[in-house]
Design a binder for this molecule. Structure first.
Ligand SMILES: NC(=O)c1ccc[n+]([C@@H]2O[C@H](COP(=O)([O-])OP(=O)(O)OC[C@H]3O[C@@H](n4cnc5c(N)ncnc54)[C@H](OP(=O)(O)O)[C@@H]3O)[C@@H](O)[C@H]2O)c1
Length: 281
């Protein structure tokens, strides 16, 4: 099986994002460097971190230790809820770059709309400014619902390049994904494996058995065929490799229909309408 590392998705500004990246949520700070070094060694070139994950320093150390040219890497981080607001966002971006040891990110996202704080619009204006100044390649949002995207379409000078949302077989957010497509926003699926829980669903395991591949490969190929950017998290070398070995996984329409039918409407993560913790520890 060949790797899927060469696949890219084009963002609205023409930036190409590697379609398969590694997520590092819940990777402890003191393990992040080793985990990301391993991922870069097996072929990952796209890493998804966040200020709230408290492991940006380890990610940056791995990037430097790899010796890979900066322009071969795609590094994403995210603005914490507690850093929302125009001036605070500008500062938070600089601090994230400092922790990562990078001059600029490839993608910077507003982590949550955090509507009760009423500051995401100011943060979006700050992201637009950072991009206009050429200090980040692309800017986007995460956990934005249709109502937030519709509002952006009214006031924003530019729409987000990406919306990173919880999306996996048992929680598909068809409404948000459709709105993203309509606005030309790429869909990035977080918790793409349902944090592992979707991998034991009989509809997934029966396709995996039929094709002689792993349940994770079935689910990740389902995402790729829908055009989602995916950022499965794994700390295991063999899972990292398997999760990016998707080229020979050929799903039939019947397989796709079976997985499409698994939606339950139940989230694993927070509800963007109410999620408001500061994310600052
Ligand atoms: N924007 C947001 O609000 C937000 C929220 C959540 C996540 N995210 C991003 O999305 C990334 C991925 O989401 P996630 O970490 O929540 O969940 P996930 O990637 O769906 O699942 C990760 C879990 O699945 C296991 N796993 C990975 N590959 C596997 C395989 N081939 N077979 C069996 N189990 C496997 C991992 O264990 P091992 O590590 O032991 O392999 C881990 O327990 C995060 O790391 C983060 O970057 C963003």
């Amino acid at each position: 099986m060949t790797g899927s590392f060469a696949r890219t998705v084009s963002l609205r500004d023409g930036t190409a994002v590697p379609q398969v990246g590694l997520g590092v949520f819940q990777v402890p700070a003191d393990e992040a460097q080793a985990v990301v070094e391993q991922a870069l060694e097996v072929g990952y070139r796209h890493i998804d971190t966040a200020a709230a994950y408290v492991n940006e320093r380890g990610v940056g150390a791995a990037v430097r230790a790899s010796g890979l040219p900066r322009d071969e890497l795609f590094i994403t981080s995210k603005l914490r809820n507690g850093d929302q607001g125009y001036e605070r966002t500008l500062r938070a971006y600089d601090e994230t770059c400092e922790r990562l040891g990078l001059d600029a990110l490839d993608l910077y996202l507003i982590h949550w709309p955090n509507p009760s704080a009423g500051l995401w619009r100011d943060s979006w204006r700050a992201l637009q400014r950072i991009r206009a100044e050429g200090r980040v390649t692309a800017v986007g949002v995460s956990n934005f619902l249709v109502e937030h995207l519709d509002e952006l379409a009214v006031f924003a000078d530019q729409m987000p390049a990406i919306n990173q949302i919880e999306l996996h077989p048992t929680f598909q957010q068809a409404d948000v994904a459709a709105a993203c497509r309509a606005y030309g926003i790429a869909v990035e699926a977080y918790s793409p494996l349902g944090q592992g829980a979707d991998l034991v669903h009989p509809s997934v395991t029966s396709v995996a058995d039929e094709l002689g591949v792993t349940p994770a490969q079935v689910v990740l190929r389902w995402h790729l065929d829908k055009g989602h950017v995916v950022i499965p998290k794994s700390v295991s070398r063999h899972r990292m490799l398997a999760n990016a070995s998707l080229e020979s996984v050929a799903l039939t329409q019947e397989h796709v229909d079976a997985i499409n039918a698994l939606g339950t409407g139940r989230r694993i993560g927070g509800d963007p309408r109410t999620f408001s913790i500061s994310q600052i520890r």
